[in-house]
Design a protein around this ligand. Structure first.
Ligand code: SF4
Ligand code: SF4
Length: 338
C-alpha cells in the first residue's frame, strides 16, 4: 500500500540537508558542458531544472563506465592479487524519471542471474531512489509502450509529483518509509491532490504484446534488419546513454611489474564486440548487430530474465547521430508479421 503525503517545493532545501546530515550522498541531474548527467549536488539549486530527460542515465551509480576490479603485482612468491577496496557510500539518486527508476530492475536481473556480481551489488545495495514524475514529454518518450508511465511508481522509493507549488509524495518501499521518516516534519496529509492531472501525456507507440509475438520470428528476415540498420554507424552512443544496457568488457592493464584488471562499458553495436581471435566475427555486419540489440532487449531478456531490456526513455534515439528512432523501428517490426 503506497502512502501519500504532501510537501512544499520550498522544503526541498531542508530535505536535502536532512539527508546529507544523515550520511547520504546525493546524486541529481547536473549540466556538464552541453550534456546533462547525474552528479553530486549539495542543494536543490545545483540540480538542472526543466529537463525532460538527462543525456546520460543514472546507471553509472551502480555500474561505473570504468572500474578497477582488483590489482595484481609480481611478488617474490609469484603473482599477488590485491582486491579493490569497497568504496561506495549510501547514495540517494534524486530527480531521476520513473523510466530510469524502473530500469534498475533490468540491471538487477542481469547482475544476479547466473552469478552474484559483487562489485555491482555492493553499490546497488546502498542506493535509494527519489524520483520525480514527468509533467512533460517529447516525441522520443515511449515509456507507456514498455509497461511504464510518466507517474509510474515501480522502482522508486519515493516518487514526487509536482502539483502547483507542492509535491505529492508517494512512499513506495520500506526504504521510502525510512527516507520520509528522516524529515517527517516536512510532510503533511495529501488529501485533495490530483496526481493524474499533472502528468505528461505519452502516447503508446507500438503494441508490446504484438511486438513480442512477431519479433522471435524475424531473426532470418535479413531484408528487414538491413533496412532498419542501413544508417547505423556502429558508434555505440545508443548503448552508452541507455539505462538498461549492460554489455561490458574486462581487460588487464599491465606493465611487467603488475597492473589492474578493469571492467568498462562496451556495446553490442561495435564491430569488434564479437570478433574472435581467429578473425571470425559471428556478427560481421551492422544489420546483425542491430538485430542483436533489439532481440536482446525485447526477446531474450524477457524470455530468460522475465524483464524487458528497455524502459522507453528515448535516450538512444535522442543521442543517435543519424536519427535512428527505436520506437519507430519497433512499430514497424510489430506491424510486419502476422
Ligand atoms: S547511436 Fe545510432 S548510429 Fe550509433 S550505434 Fe546506435 S543506432 Fe547506430
Ligand atoms: S533502448 Fe533506448 S529507449 Fe530503451 S531504455 Fe535504452 S536508451 Fe531508453
Amino acid at each position: 500500500m503506497i502512502e501519500q503525503k504532501r510537501m512544499s517545493t520550498t522544503s526541498l532545501e531542508a530535505l536535502f540537508q536532512r539527508y546529507k546530515t544523515a550520511g547520504w550522498w546525493i546524486l541529481a541531474p547536473r549540466a556538464e558542458g552541453d550534456i546533462t548527467t547525474f552528479g553530486e549536488v549539495d542543494s536543490p539549486g545545483d540540480v538542472a531544472a526543466g529537463l525532460i530527460q538527462t543525456t546520460l542515465s543514472p546507471k553509472s551509480a551502480v555500474l561505473p563506465i570504468w572500474e578497477e576490479l582488483f590489482r595484481f603485482r609480481r611478488g617474490e612468491s609469484g603473482i599477488e592479487v590485491v582486491e579493490a577496496a569497497e568504496s561506495s557510500v549510501p547514495t540517494i539518486i534524486f530527480g531521476l524519471r520513473p523510466c530510469d527508476a524502473r530500469a534498475f530492475a533490468a540491471l538487477d536481473a542481469v547482475f544476479t542471474w547466473d552469478s552474484q556480481d559483487e562489485p555491482y551489488l555492493a553499490r546497488r545495495n546502498k542506493v535509494a531512489f527519489v524520483s520525480i514524475a514527468c509533467n512533460q514529454a517529447d516525441d522520443y518518450c515511449f515509456c507507456t509502450s514498455t509497461g511504464g508511465g510518466p507517474g509510474d511508481t515501480a522502482g522508486s522509493d519515493l516518487l514526487l509529483t509536482g502539483v502547483g507549488d507542492e509535491y505529492l509524495v508517494e512512499v513506495v518501499t520500506e526504504r521510502g518509509v525510512e527516507l520520509a521518516g528522516i524529515a517527517g516534519e516536512l510532510f503533511g496529509p495529501a488529501e485533495g491532490m490530483d496526481k493524474a492531472a499533472h502528468l505528461a501525456s505519452v502516447p503508446v507507440r507500438f503494441d508490446l504484446d504484438r511486438l513480442r509475438q512477431v519479433l522471435p520470428k524475424t531473426f532470418d528476415r535479413e531484408e528487414l534488419w538491413i533496412d532498419q540498420s542501413l544508417r547505423c554507424l556502429g558508434c555505440g552512443a545508443c548503448a552508452y546513454v541507455c539505462p538498461t544496457c549492460v554489455c561490458f568488457d574486462i581487460q588487464d592493464e599491465a606493465t611487467r611489474h603488475g597492473g589492474a584488471r578493469v571492467r568498462c562499458w562496451d556495446s553490442c553495436g561495435f564491430s569488434l564486440f564479437t570478433l574472435h581471435t581467429s578473425g571470425h566475427n559471428p556478427r560481421e555486419v551492422q544489420s546483425h548487430r542491430w538485430r542483436q540489440r533489439v532481440m536482446h532487449k525485447f526477446a531474450y531478456m524477457p524470455e530468460r530474465l522475465q524483464v524487458l531490456g528497455c524502459v522507453g526513455c528515448g535516450r538512444c534515439s535522442r543521442a543517435c547521430p543519424v536519427d535512428m528512432n527505436l520506437a519507430e523501428h519497433l512499430a514497424v517490426i510489430a506491424e510486419s508479421g502476422e
